[in-house]
Write a protein that binds this ligand. Sequence first.
Ligand SMILES: C[S@@+](CC[C@H](N)C(=O)[O-])C[C@H]1O[C@@H](n2cnc3c(N)ncnc32)[C@H](O)[C@@H]1O
Length: 206
Amino acid sequence: METPYQNHINKADFDHVYEPAEDSFLLIDALEKDLEYLKAKNPTFCLEVGSGSGVVVSAFGMAFPQTFCISTDINLKACVMSKQTAAYNKVLLDACNMDLASSFINKKFDVIIFNPPYVVTESEECGGTDITASWAGGAKGREVTDRLLEMIPKKLADNGVFYLLLIRENIPDEVIQIMSNYGYKCETVIKRQVRNEHQLVLKFYM
Ligand SMILES: C[S@@+](CC[C@H](N)C(=O)[O-])C[C@H]1O[C@@H](n2cnc3c(N)ncnc32)[C@H](O)[C@@H]1O
């Protein structure tokens, strides 16, 4: 998969929107690793929740030009940047300012992608709509992620796949158990240690 063009972004904009980092690129690497699997699914709708700068959903859209790409972010500036990044990379993207996937009623996606705010913080720090929403994950770094997990059965198509980036402190085994209770199988697509952070991308499917 190609890395999207990002030179249109002014460095100062990253004071307000998450700057693509190792976790963003690990997620792209996970999608690339699963490229043949994803191609076989021939996805019609892809949703990236929390798209930030838009690099991940743009990389997906460049690889799957026939797929309708939609992104959400709680941070309005991130939605604007995602839309611009997609446009610069010739990807058609609907960028929606919303909490997770809450405003999509009766809509199911073939692929859902999420690189959540995963840092363990006080619960009070979690739930902002500015740059703090990029990293503040509350208890276990999972408060935002756990809310999305609850939505997945309603938002993911029966034949769909959900990619989720986590770190060790998020206790991935608990996430796997939650999703297993909903009937999802899980595989680890890719793992990487970045300095003292152990990042991994899980995929869930029926
Ligand atoms: C770690 S950043 C990832 C950004 C981008 N996907 C990437 O990989 O570079 C997490 C993103 O999730 C967004 N976010 C946090 N809470 C959210 C929520 N409740 N609903 C939608 N987006 C949210 C943040 O604003 C931020 O853009």
